[in-house]
Design a protein around this ligand. Structure first.
Ligand SMILES: [Fe+2]
Length: 286
């Protein structure tokens, strides 16, 4: 497994002294004061093992424990002011909480807001949780304020993050340095192809393991510095990420709708099913 689960983020953050980079009482943005350490802002015991409602429960408890009154957009000094990671997260978090609590989440508007804010983010050094591995990339946490996490991703030249989905979460990826090719896909369902399986993709319904199915490529873009790629739970949710010839540095904002949110890898031969076609046969990796 090449990605973090919520349990893994929380377990590792608890152990890593590098996370304790703010003083209690420090005002990280107007109206936003740290009363516990940044990455520990959720009550850890309250956040683990409580099932799908735990993200909301954790946020509610940490609101009391970590912030003084934080009016909407309190962290934003102006429409183009640069944002630190803490300011970014302080602004994102109430938006994320509101979205995942909604009966009909407006992911498109949320992702547009994340994109706008992420474009103002001033990169910082990540907390070093995971060293670059032989696969050629590293993923480290910059901040974790449930239900939002911001990752720093560094990829060696030409390295690849293989085809994977984002089950029960959405994301905004920004290229900070170098170039990165992002190819996005969706599972083919009856919504676009009558006769294909009827699936509630946003609800986490996917084809079963051990069975081939089709995905359709929606986007194939090479992002340069400052450019972004977004995906929601049911739009562009599967992607394949490949670093350019000079490698790349990325910031990735993920927002989790459920406790069990995580990624699953897919196997494919990367050949379209028809000549010049845009669909590919895939299967979940065991
Ligand atoms: Fe991804």
């Amino acid at each position: 497994m090449q990605f973090w689960t919520l349990d893994e983020i929380e377990r590792t953050a608890m152990l890593d002294p590098g996370m304790a980079d703010h003083e209690v009482g420090e005002e990280i943005a107007p109206g936003v004061t740290i009363t516990r350490r940044r990455i520990l802002q959720v009550g850890i015991a309250g956040a683990i093992g409580l099932g799908s409602a735990s993200l909301l429960a954790g946020c509610a408890s940490s609101d009391r424990g970590t912030r003084d009154a934080a009016p909407k957009d309190a962290s934003v000094d102006g429409p183009s002011a640069a944002l630190t990671i803490d300011q970014l997260m302080a602004d994102l978090r109430p938006r994320a909480q509101k979205m995942i609590a909604s009966d009909s989440p407006d992911e498109a508007s949320y992702l547009a807001a994340v994109s706008m804010l992420l474009a103002r983010y001033q990169p910082e050094e990540p907390c070093r949780l995971r060293e670059p591995d032989q696969g050629g990339f590293s993923i480290n946490a910059l901040g974790w304020m449930p239900p939002v996490v911001v990752f720093d991703i560094r990829m060696r030249p030409g390295s690849t993050i293989h085809l994977h989905d984002h089950r029960h979460y959405n994301g905004v990826l920004q290229c900070l340095e170098g170039e990165v090719r992002c190819r996005n896909f969706d599972i083919v369902t009856d919504a676009t192809d009558p006769g294909a399986p009827a699936l509630d993709i946003a609800g986490g319904e996917v084809p079963p393991e051990g069975q081939d199915f089709l995905i359709r490529q929606n986007a194939d873009k090479t992002l340069a510095r400052g450019q972004l790629s977004t995906l929601s739970r049911d739009r562009d949710n599967i992607h394949h990420v490949e670093a350019g010839p000079n490698g790349c540095k990325l910031a990735d904002v993920f927002t989790y709708f459920r406790r069990e949110a995580r990624s699953y890898e897919l196997a494919w031969d990367a050949l379209p099913t028809t000549r010049n076609g845009d669909t590919y046969k895939v299967a979940w990796k065991a």
